[in-house]
Design a protein around this ligand. Structure first.
Ligand code: F6P
Length: 335
């Protein structure tokens, strides 16, 4: 068989463990398999930028961050049917039996479109997809995306560092978190560190109530702000300072952006294990000629049931915009 591996969208820890697992499982199971890395993500696929991988090419990768295959934003792919058609034709003509993809929700949508073209035209290539994104916004009612727990680990460490200075000076810290439209990363980072408040993307912030809460504490306060919340850190700071002045509150406010630091660095153990498990499962399924699908697993060893790609890519099962009510309750109960 001929396999390709692609990592798409924003890099996330766990992608390298996935790449390693696919290569190793494929070559250890059927040594005559040829395994090709697609370089620079979807852009590389559109430009047929592949290189053959062997067992040595993926040595020592499991716990590393980023993606060894590279990835590039390629927004044209979402709406350019000519590129989508060309990718499907090239995959077939180059004899790929399976492409294993790890990426975010943009990659999932692209995979669903290309897979439907492959199916309609009766082409040979099948696509297996594992969610990889620190945002946890990829069909996330079915588990978490690879990289999400790694990003929470990094966030926790940074938030605890900030706590040291915040508590020493009794300051208020406004801290920006990545996560795109999703609240998950900011909310879970808030839960693990015990932040006083997490501002979600669509939240109607009550600044009077927030001021009240800060005044009542008279000590350090850390407020995490989701990436998609429309006001900048500085605008939130000004809103609070205005109210502090009116009430004679002396607390100083500082701002910090954790964003790219959340995405980099070593993978969390759970991401390494689940990425490896998914890569292994997909390859074993491919040798059984299982058809295209979306794979996720709650924990290592949990048997993933592949979902149809078009079902997984549907916004209704993706639950991007907010976290469910029961998690909000969990979050506020721990403040
Ligand atoms: O999807 C991962 C992510 O880090 C988002 O949280 C963020 O909005 C985006 O990627 C940033 O992307 P880029 O690095 O391309 O600017």
């Amino acid at each position: 068989m001929k396999f390709g591996i692609l990592t798409g969208g924003g890099d996330s820890p766990g992608m390298n463990a996935f790449v390693r697992a696919v290569v190793r499982t494929a070559l250890n199971t059927e040594p005559q398999t040829s395994v090709w890395g697609v370089y620079d993500g979807w852009k590389g696929l559109a430009e047929n930028n592949y290189r053959k991988l062997n067992k040595l090419s993926v040595a020592g990768l499991s716990s590393t961050g980023g993606t060894v295959l590279g990835t590039m934003r390629f927004p044209e792919l979402a709406h350019n049917s000519e590129i989508q058609e060309r990718i499907a034709t090239d995959l077939h003509n180059h004899g790929f039996d399976y492409i294993f993809i790890c990426g975010g929700n943009g990659s999932l949508k692209a995979s669903a479109v290309i897979e439907s073209i492959l199916r309609e035209r009766n082409r040979r290539t099948r696509i297996m997809f594992a969610p990889g994104s620190i945002d946890n916004d990829v069909c996330n009612v079915y588990g978490s995306s690879l990289g999400f727990y790694s990003a929470i680990d990094k966030s926790l460490e940074m938030l605890e560092w900030i706590r040291d200075t915040a508590s020493s000076h009794r300051r208020v810290y406004l801290i920006r978190s990545m996560g795109r439209q999703s609240s998950y990363l900011a909310a879970f980072a808030g839960i693990v560190t015990g932040a006083e408040h997490v501002i979600r993307p669509n939240e109607e912030v009550d600044y009077e109530e927030m001021t009240e809460m800060i005044a009542g504490r008279n000590r350090d306060t850390r407020i995490i702000i989701s990436e998609a919340f429309p006001q900048s850190l500085n605008e939130v700071k000004l809103e609070l300072e205005l109210r502090f002045r009116a009430r004679g509150i002396k607390s100083e406010i500082r701002t910090v952006d954790m964003s790219y630091f959340q995405r980099g660095g070593k993978a969390a153990v759970t991401d390494i294990l689940r990425a490896s498990w998914l890569g292994y499962r997909m390859v074993r399924d491919a040798f059984e000629e299982v058809s295209s699908g979306f794979y996720t697993a709650f924990y290592t060893g949990h048997s993933p049931k592949p979902l149809p790609l078009d079902f997984a890519a549907n916004a209704d099962v993706t639950n991007h915009d907010d976290i469910p009510e029961y998690l909000l309750d969990f979050m506020s109960a721990l403040r």
